[in-house]
Design a protein around this ligand. Structure first.
Ligand code: NAD
Length: 269
């Protein structure tokens, strides 16, 4: 892909799923990769630490630089420190991927304020604060840059029982568009991807249950869930100069999920 070699990319929540696939894909394209993770790896060998080691190994195999940056994106001070660390170590953040995300399932009338806030704070406020700090840095160095938000098909499809998640991704659409418009004339492009059902740890509930998986896939026009690599390929395109004239857009990667699949058959006439 044109224009990725030698760029410095920061990916939040990069130790699993879509974030990890993006980190590896951008490394394969020659980007130096700052891997954001939430936990302290000193706390013992756990799944996340193993994932961190694997991600670093895969990235280092590509012959690019890797950097681990611990930050909880729900904490403003962590975010400020994370961006400063990447700038100090790499010299710049040319590409920011706002990938970290969580979800909570609960009837909307029973959701606690704390659970509601937690999801919004990570998924939406965290993405905004990471973008804000990156944009400040880019403007201060008069550099072009790219921000990509990992949104969801639930940016436009309501998701009952996941009200905070739906709101966070709906908000991400306007976060993407507002920042894109505000900084378009300063060389900063802001786009999003909208994954459909994707095989990652966030979907453990149905991935390992053949019956539930079949139900999920029955709603997808292409008949299967997507892979993290398929999401990463689209991110690499949007981050590259191949997408130099694209800003403010969400690219849905969903096997046709946003095509109103229930209208495949003519039930309305
Ligand atoms: P995942 O659970 O594997 O990844 C989420 C990552 O975010 C994890 O690495 C986690 O450690 C990190 N994270 C969570 N809270 C954090 C915090 N406070 N600070 C820093 N990191 C934090 O799941 P995934 O499917 O790879 O999800 C990645 C993104 O893709 C999310 O934003 C999710 O909403 C979005 N998405 C996923 C799907 C899907 O079907 N898997 C569909 C649409 C959108």
């Amino acid at each position: 892909m044109i224009g990725l070699e030698g760029k410095n990319a920061l990916i939040t929540g990069a130790t699993s799923g879509i974030g990890q696939a993006i980190a590896i894909r951008l490394a394969q394209q020659g980007c130096n990769i700052a891997i954001n993770y939430r936990k302290d790896p000193q706390k013992g060998v756990d799944a996340e630490e193993m994932a961190i080691q694997k991600a670093c190994g895969d990235i280092n195999n590509c012959g690019v630089k890797s950097l681990l940056v611990q930050a909880d994106v729900s904490q403003e001070s962590d975010i400020v420190e994370m961006i400063n660390t990447v700038v100090e170590e790499f010299g710049s953040v040319d590409i920011l991927i706002n990938n970290a995300g969580i979800q909570t399932e609960c009837p909307s009338h029973e959701m606690t304020t704390a659970d509601f806030d937690r999801v919004i704070t990570v998924n939406l406020r965290g993405a905004y604060l990471c973008a804000r700090e990156t944009i400040k840095h880019l403007l201060s160095q008069n550099r072009p840059g790219v921000i990509i938000n990992v949104s969801s098909v639930h940016e436009i499809i309501p998701r009952p029982m996941y009200v905070s998640y739906s709101i966070s991704k709906g908000g991400m659409e306007n976060l993407t568009k507002t920042l894109a418009l505000e900084y378009a004339n300063r060389g900063i492009r802001v786009n999003a991807i909208g994954p459909g059902a994707t095989i990652t740890p966030i979907n453990q509930d149905w991935i390992n249950d053949p019956e539930k998986k079949a139900i999920v896939e029955s709603h997808i026009p292409m008949g299967r869930a997507g892979t993290a690599d398929e999401m990463a390929a689209a991110v690499a395109f949007l981050a590259s100069d191949e997408a130099a004239y694209i800003t403010g857009q969400t690219l849905f990667i969903d096997g046709g999920l946003t095509l109103y699949a229930d209208f495949r058959d003519n039930w309305s006439a």
